[in-house]
Design a protein around this ligand. Structure first.
Ligand SMILES: [Zn+2]
Ligand SMILES: [Zn+2]
Length: 130
């Protein structure tokens, strides 16, 4: 069963096809800036499982000198799926339906915000799990 997703204004739309791995939450300083929150929550999946439905021309990319980049809707500023090589990283908050998988891992917990209280039972890694 595919799950659809969209940005805040609705111009960028996409759908993802299972199987899905658990959702990852990254608490690093970049993800905090990009999400404006404690962490970014995203679904990693093979690129072929992501299909754009509309609004791809609305997408802008900003790249830092470090090489870290963000992709967002130029109308509303919401994060949108990023694609690199064969992988897609889909912002979990952009999904309109239920992917049916829980948060399975917290990464870069060593650099989380002091006010960030992580709940649940998913394993926590100081840096990446890789
Ligand atoms: Zn938008
Ligand atoms: Zn991060």
């Amino acid at each position: 069963m595919t799950v659809s997703g969209s940005c805040f204004c609705g111009e960028v739309r996409f759908e993802v096809t299972p199987p899905f791995l658990d959702i990852s939450q990254c608490h690093c300083s970049y993800c905090r800036k990009l999400s404006g929150s404690a962490a970014s929550a995203f679904l990693l999946l093979p690129r072929r499982q992501l299909r754009w439905l509309s609004g791809q021309k609305q997408i802008r990319e900003f790249e830092r000198e470090s090489g870290r980049s963000s992709r967002f809707c130029m109308t509303c500023g919401s994060p949108v799926p990023g694609v690199e090589a064969d992988l897609a990283a889909v912002p979990a908050g952009a999904l309109d339906g239920d992917p049916g998988v829980p948060t399975g891992v917290h990464i870069f917990v060593a650099s989380k915000a002091s006010w960030d209280v992580i709940g649940g039972y998913a394993p926590q890694y100081d840096e990446s799990w890789i």
